[in-house]
Design a protein around this ligand. Structure first.
Ligand SMILES: [Zn+2]
Length: 249
């Protein structure tokens, strides 16, 4: 194979690896936002559970106040019942007492419901707090992994840069200019494999003469359509399932 073509293939491999590493490094802020969003969701669940608990406590206090009001009226009516002079007055006071009693019973029923609900509320708060702690732990671990990946990606970028310098120094300057020009126009990918007469990146069928030149691998050949520098991978002999060589049909 033409040594420059071999260098270009190696150069492209390095550039593609560098692009991939740079893209992954650039994803870090978005991944950090995703970590923060996960924590925010868990914090929101804790806040909602605590709010429900507070509402329950306030509702219980309000009911207890109402009960106290009715109990106050009840003792007032009981005092009055001692002092009434007529049957009519007496039955009116009894009616008030019965009403206040009924109100208190209904309120106590409500209070009991709220107290049962309070148990659910505290269980929910505990659950949400545990979930937040677990999420914090998971996010910390994911952050650590991301930071370690970042260090590795940066060092691989440095390694690539070093290898790149070596390849470029050995490469024919004109061939390098072709590579750089195409890479600039084609999102950093200037080299393409030609297989079965087709450029595998732009999928355009090559002229037979062009493809033949690619197969010879002796010169730098560009795709007519995307301008990428073409190379071909020699086919390994394919064995038939029973181990015999396949007949060329
Ligand atoms: Zn092409």
């Amino acid at each position: 194979m033409n040594p420059d073509l071999e260098r270009l293939i190696a150069l492209q491999r390095l550039d593609s690896a560098a692009l991939d590493a740079a893209r992954r490094l650039a994803e870090a802020p978005e991944r950090e936002r995703a970590f923060e969003a996960r924590l925010e969701t868990a914090r929101g669940q804790v806040a909602a559970a605590r709010q429900r608990q507070t509402q329950n406590q306030e509702a219980r206090r309000a009911i207890e106040k109402e009960v106290a009001v009715h109990q106050g009226r009840l003792s007032k009516f009981r005092e009055q019942s001692m002092a009434v002079k007529t049957n009519l007055e007496y039955s009116a006071v009894l009616k008030e007492i019965a009403f206040a009693d009924g109100e208190i019973k209904a309120l106590e029923e409500k209070l009991l419901e709220r107290m049962l609900d309070a148990d659910d509320c505290s269980a929910e708060v505990k659950r949400a707090e545990a979930a937040l702690a677990a999420e914090q732990k998971a996010v910390d671990a994911d952050r650590k992994t991301m930071q370690a990946d970042g260090v590795e990606l940066k060092s691989s970028l440095q390694r690539i840069e070093g290898e790149r310098v070596g390849i470029i120094a050995a490469l024919d300057k004109q061939v390098l200019r072709i590579f750089e020009r195409v890479a600039e126009r084609r999102n950093g990918v200037a080299v393409s494999e030609a297989r079965d007469g087709i450029c595998t990146i732009c999928h355009v069928r090559l002229r037979p003469q062009v493809f033949n030149n690619v197969l010879k691998s002796t010169e730098i050949v560009q795709c007519d359509s995307c301008q990428r520098i073409l190379y071909s991978v020699p086919k390994a002999p394919v064995a038939a399932p029973d181990g015999l060589p396949q007949s060329a049909t």
